[in-house]
Design a protein around this ligand. Structure first.
Ligand code: PLP
Length: 409
């Protein structure tokens, strides 16, 4: 979206997420180009991005959605209706939500054998039933993001499945699909092929029994990435086992479709450097803090003459974006534009310190900037447990009395 001109005088207030409809469309056309002729289904995971008007646009290009909670399932049905398929998987499936979820979803990947055993009688015949497996092949270096690590709760471990296939194969009666998600931001499809080949060797009987397999997300469809390993994996699954192949990429679709625009609200000299404080915070993009990386910024230039440490506006010492250089000096009101802000940002953003959430704008296909959502003090007070209007009125009156008594302006 960064070659699209935005007239920032149009933005009423920063911080603001701006998602570009054209960037979303180009992500889908990139997807179609790369996967053309492979006969695979694509579903979109709400966990990566769940802003409703973007979902309505995304719905035109995908076969369905993947949800991980009752709220995500309800939201999907509310905005997408009955037309698209909704698939559920979560380690957090609850007894008191299962009936409603079964009514909302078309298919379930049960996350563990015990989840499956507990709910299969309700689920069989009601939704398509699958099992999420942990192939126990790790490709992610950072343990915190590795779904295949030792003691992972994400999917039934392959050795447990093999053991059960040997001792009590009837457990798998009713399973018609398999699901795995084992990578994170990979720009190499080789791990996916290795995983599929591993399953082919280890659990061919289970693959034979199934009608479909969901290969998860975790891969970026970068321009230069070699798709041959992916094609080989799909070929194996389709030709040897006759499986319908499904993928559920999130970040690859939405990450580059959104920017976050913020303003400089203070500049502080500190120990020989200049700190620019922004009206946003790492809490609007929590993965910056979780992963400790510096997000990309438009118009930064590492050889630029003017260098700043960019920090957020909360009291958290670690509310820090990184050190950046620019060709022109920053001043109060300068705009800082973070790029690649479409995935795992809005969905994870929170209001720590009472800092408001960014507004959300859509940059439409025709180039108009439309305000979609503004957050207010009401959103904050609702989360803080203020419910009855009269309660807040009472407190406003009390506050007025206090201010009069203490002569607060
Ligand atoms: C089960 C599952 N599927 C799909 C995804 C989407 O992954 P990504 O956004 O990296 O493509 C995730 C992300 O955590 C996931 O847990």
């Amino acid at each position: 979206m960064n070659n699209i001109k935005i007239n920032f005088s149009e933005i009423v207030q920063t911080p603001a997420f701006i998602y570009s409809e054209n960037a979303l469309l180009s992500a889908f056309s990139n997807f179609n180009k790369n996967f053309y002729g492979l006969c695979i289904d694509q579903i979109f995971p709400l966990k990566s991005h769940s802003f409703s008007s973007a979902l309505v646009l995304i719905a035109k290009y995908v076969d369905g959605f993947c949800v991980s909670s009752l709220f995500e399932a309800k939201l999907t049905r509310e905005f997408i209706g009955e037309k698209k398929r909704v698939h559920f998987t979560s380690p957090g499936l609850r007894e008191d939500e299962i009936d409603e979820l079964l009514g909302l979803c078309d298919s379930f990947s049960f996350n563990s054998l015990s989840q499956w055993e507990r709910y299969k009688d309700k689920a069989i015949g009601c939704v398509g039933c699958a099992l999420r497996i942990n192939p126990q092949l790790s490709f992610v270096k950072d343990r915190r993001y590795d779904p295949c690590r030792t003691h992972s709760r994400l999917g039934a471990p392959l050795n447990q499945i093999q053991e059960t296939l040997d001792t009590d194969p009837a457990v798998f009666k009713g399973i018609e699909g398999l699901h795995f998600h084992t990578n994170c931001d990979s720009v190499d499809w080789e791990p996916l092929l290795k995983t599929v080949e591993h399953l082919d060797k280890q659990i061919p009987e289970l693959l034979r029994q199934c009608q479909w397999i969901n290969l998860g997300g975790g891969y970026l469809f970068d321009g230069n990435i070699d798709f041959t390993p992916f094609e080989d994996a799909v070929f194996l699954l389709q030709n040897k086992y006759g499986l319908q192949v499904i993928i559920e990429p999130g970040a690859a679709i939405v990450r580059d479709a959104c920017n976050l625009v913020s303003s400089v609200i203070d500049i502080i000299p500190s120990d020989g450097k200049q700190i620019a404080v922004l009206d946003t915070t790492v809490n609007h993009m929590p993965e910056v803090f979780e992963y400790q990386f510096s997000p990309d910024i438009l118009n930064e230039n590492e050889d630029g003459e003017y260098s700043y440490i960019l920090e957020g506006s909360t009291c958290l010492a670690g509310d820090h974006f990184g050190e950046y250089a620019f060709d022109t000096p920053l001043e109060i009101g300068s705009k800082i534009i973070f790029t690649g802000m479409g995935a795992y940002t809005m969905v994870k953003a929170h209001m720590f310190n009472g800092i408001n959430l960014p507004s959300v704008y859509a940059l439409t296909e025709s180039g108009n900037l439309l305000l979609q959502k503004e957050f207010t003090y009401e959103d904050f007070r609702n989360r803080c447990g203020v419910t009855a209007n009269n309660e807040s009125l009472r407190n406003t009156i009390k506050l007025k009395n206090y201010r009069q008594k203490h002569r607060v302006a």
